[in-house]
Design a protein around this ligand. Sequence first.
Ligand code: UDP
Length: 424
Amino acid sequence: MVEVNVSDFSRSLSDYEPIIGSDEVKTIMSLAERVRGAKVIHVSATPYGGGVAEILKSLVPLSRSVGLNVKWEVIVADPDFFRTTKRIHNALQGDMEIKLTEEEIHHYLEVAKKNASELDLEGDVVVIHDPQPLPIIKFVTKRSSSWVWRCHIDLANPNPSVWTILKPYVLMYDALVFTMETYVPRDVKGPKVFIRRPSIDPLSPKNKPLSPSEILRVLNRYDVDPDRPILGQVSRFDRWKDPLGVIDTFKLVKEKIPDAQLVMMGVFAYDDPEGVKWYRRTVKYAEGLKDVHILTDHDGVGDYEVNAFQRASTVIVQLSIREGFGLVVSEALWKGTPVVATRAGGIPLQIIDGVTGYLVDIRDYITAAKRVVELMKRPWLARILGSNGREHVRRNFLITRLLRDYLRMHIDLVSNVATRPQLR
Ligand code: UDP
């Protein structure tokens, strides 16, 4: 087990008061008081590179700032394990072709067993994120904590052969957390179910305000012209994010707006072995096309650069085929940048069509391009949708709301809080 150091992100709840108001701060503080000192352990697969890490980077220090004793640990595993868990991820998202081998299942469980013996599980609540560390629960010898499985992906229509393998572990949990009601598998009965929307941190390096000169410096560094329209996309290189569809859409946009530029940013998470393959396919697919910038963390694209590009983009697209929530949509909207995105997973929670952005059908690149062109040609429309989007995110998808939701769940799970000496 490796504990993730989040000291760079320390901040206090009062820093958020100008954004969320003093009443909300008071509500959160009074909830936090009821679980003061509770030990909460989050376990995930990777410390960077996707939505889960993005949330924990902020949620962990913020929870500490209101008096909880929170740890975040990532599992230790080898590439074979991550190849299998990527296949599990794809199968749960609906790839019906996948069938796990005996060897894969054996190794998946071996890694869980090893991590279970190395993890400090002496807490009040243990929150396991996603399928990679799911079976750890089976191998814990002493189970004094409440165990929660936080599933960030859509389980509505999983590959039955893979789901059958995972389901017994899911049923061992005290509680399950999903992003949407529709993600809860129909055949899961027993554990408590909580519905919790993900959220973004308005004060993180990814989302904090940047000055025009800071943004310009980033554009110059990557040779992107600040005087021409920019279509942006921020996503892992993954088939479910449809990177080739983004390029198809851009080609159509280019026919109407010849000086448009495309900036695709992607990160290589080490738990995603398909990232390099999809990066190469994307670069190859864009060959010969002018004004396409495909950038990764290997080019120095980190939180700050993503922040700058999300602000500099004229329009952001997210054309996912499957999507758990799609934090990148809220990130762009928070910056007042209009978004055109597919009706996939949690995206419609964030985009109210025609009000906070535009929704298009999955793989409908013609409509996606039409909407992008419309927004590029009508700055007044882009401004209205962007500002509605920002307000929608402020009300619904900020980290402080997630903290409040987690506190409520902890209160629910940590029974007899008042009588537990270690909590005071
Ligand atoms: N991200 C990033 N750099 C990249 C690509 C993605 O920092 O090059 C971040 C992105 O800003 C967001 C998260 O990774 O915070 C992706 O979360 P999302 O929910 O959109 O998708 P997931 O990767 O979890 O499927």
